[in-house]
Design a protein around this ligand. Sequence first.
Ligand code: GTP
Ligand code: 5AD
Ligand code: SF4
Ligand code: SF4
Length: 352
Amino acid sequence: MAVMDAPTTVDDRPGPTDTLGRAMRDLRISVTDRCNFRCTYCMPKEVFGADYAFLPRDQVLTFEEIERTARTFVSLGVEKLRITGGEPLVRRDLPHLIEMLAAIRRPDGGEIDLTLTTNGSALRALAGSLAAAGLQRVTVSLDSLDDAVFGAMNGIDFPVAKVLDGIDAAIEAGLAPVKVNMVVRRGVNESSLLPMAAWARETGVVLRCIEYMDVGHSNGWRLDEVVPAAEIVEAIAAIWPVEPAEPAYRGEVAGRWRYTDGGGEFGVISSVTQPFCRDCTRARISAEGMLYTCLFAVEGHDLRALLRSGASDADLGDAIETIWLRRGDRYSELRSQATSSLPRIEMFAMGG
Ligand code: GTP
Ligand code: 5AD
Ligand code: SF4
Ligand code: SF4
């Protein structure tokens, strides 16, 4: 098997690097495995029905445990914290957690990038208090502007207008830039692509089109349902010419494209057709405190056991560092029949 290329640029900031030379810069923290939506590509309602057993409360990390874990990761070089779920806004008192996380400083005294991915349904209620607590920006998932298409994809007929109102609330609260994630699925919401791009250009939000991924094992993923990023760019560029934009930071997930008429930019996340593992600096913590070093990891590392057994901050830091030093994940680059049948953790459980 071919050896993966070296990371594209040298990162000489402090912190552990894994077996493929990648540093640890981003931590995605899932604060709950619950969600009020049942998106067909994530938590199909046939599988996640009323009797599905989500985590009992005592198995979910407390705010204090999350803060301590995040602080330890930041001491090891993490610069971005992204709060995810499930749907993070269903976790009670979330602004309080944001306040705790916003107080964490990097070893060089710099601020961390603190952000959150949400389905937008509770943003009207919470955007103001999240911003006041120190949240800097948000990413909202929205797959179509057409109620019939969106309602079928979110599985509960949740109306588009309510998500748009949540996005307005985020903009009003200054949670900028607002990014909007759209999972594009062949034959399902392809026809929503150009209307979404037109709307994003008018509204000033940054649209990011995501290739449908084979995460988890419940969504019945098929390669022929993936709309390749190149096709998405071509369709948009046929209407509004674009030019490639430089990545905003090393290891950026989205490929960025700028409209040549000054209408802003959009991004494509091409995990299937053009994997970006070589610059992957992301760690993930599930709501129950498992550390995963890849979105497609088969197993995690139990940090909760450590947190609840009296380990010191130094012990916790050592454990995390050891795990990262051994990391060699690059699933998207190896994606194949052989790997696709391995058991996986659902994306909502791991934190997107
Ligand atoms: P910015 O900080 O705004 O650049 O965010 P981001 O690019 O990290 O964005 P976000 O967290 O919204 O990620 C967008 C989507 O990209 C996720 O929801 C996933 O679908 C996908 N994604 C993010 N990280 C990874 C990754 O490490 N591997 C793969 N395969 N997909 C990822
Ligand atoms: N493929 C691609 N993106 C997905 N997301 C959830 N499941 C999938 C999948 N199978 C996206 C959501 C959200 C983010 C957390 O991940 O739409 O924007
Ligand atoms: Fe919920 Fe997000 Fe999964 Fe949809 S993609 S079911 S909103 S966690
Ligand atoms: Fe990172 Fe794993 Fe995604 Fe590759 S597949 S980019 S290693 S999370």
